[in-house]
Design a protein around this ligand. Structure first.
Ligand SMILES: *Cc1c(COP(=O)(O)O)cnc(C)c1O
Length: 224
């Protein structure tokens, strides 16, 4: 199937849920992204700053770029002028650094807090405890140039659907809890970024507002 057919098929699944689609274009060249763009896709996700910036420079300026991979403090400055949403904020320190760079650019940068929901040790993210410490922090109120607009999570890499469901329901519960009790100038819970190629259907059942899908749109990536 072509990229445009894949997009159509995924969108028709997402539409009844009103879930947005981030096309994860990491490792794919700009021509491939342009093909998806020309069939109406405007939100793209990348996991590396350098790759994201070099694609931003050559592709249409109305593309909304999402950073979905681990971000190092010293690289924030390269994306701060234009990034649409950072999904992968995994520490309070990083949030403070993003605020600084956003201020230099005289803008507010929307951020999602990445929550560790999978069983694997290796995935980045806040624990539940760290999450609640962060959102209740007094210092957060001084960060006028960031907005926490939701949560992001990655489920365990497993075929066990009930395990994946359990993890998605867990992050959905945290999302709803914060939304009902901790909204403020800095915290506006609007986006729950869960679901990838293998589990986006399950994520929709758990209230995903945006899925991050790569393979199922562009075909398998070739890792070296
Ligand atoms: C690569 C990646 C995705 C997309 O994965 P696919 O299996 O290609 O759909 C989603 N989220 C993150 C954080 C990723 O790094």
């Amino acid at each position: 199937m072509s990229i445009s057919q894949n997009l159509q098929k995924i969108r028709s699944f997402l539409d009844p849920y009103k879930t947005g689609l981030i096309a994860v274009s990491k490792t794919y060249p700009s021509e491939t992204i342009l093909e998806a763009y020309n069939s109406g896709q405007t939100d793209f996700g990348e996991n590396k700053v350098q790759e994201l910036v070099s694609k931003y420079e050559v592709l249409p300026k109305n593309i909304r770029w999402h950073l979905i991979g681990h971000l190092q403090s010293n690289k924030i400055k390269y994306i701060a002028p234009f990034i649409h949403l950072i999904h992968s904020v995994d520490s309070f320190k990083l949030l403070k650094e993003i605020d600084k760079e956003a201020k230099k650019n005289d803008r507010i940068i929307n951020c999602l807090l990445q929550i560790h929901i999978a069983q694997e040790e290796t995935k980045f993210g806040f624990s539940e405890e760290e999450l609640f410490i962060t959102i209740q922090s007094e210092e957060l109120k001084t960060l006028k140039n960031i907005r926490i607009s939701g949560l992001m999570g990655m489920a365990s890499n497993t075929d066990n659907e009930s395990q994946i469901k359990k993890e998605f329901q867990h992050i959905q519960k945290l999302f709803n809890q914060i939304k009902s009790s901790f909204q403020s100038d800095q915290i506006k819970m609007e986006e729950l970024s869960i679901g990838m190629s293998s589990d986006y259907k399950l994520a929709c059942e758990s209230g995903s507002t945006m899925v991050r899908v790569g393979n199922a749109i562009f075909g398998s990536r070739n890792y070296l």
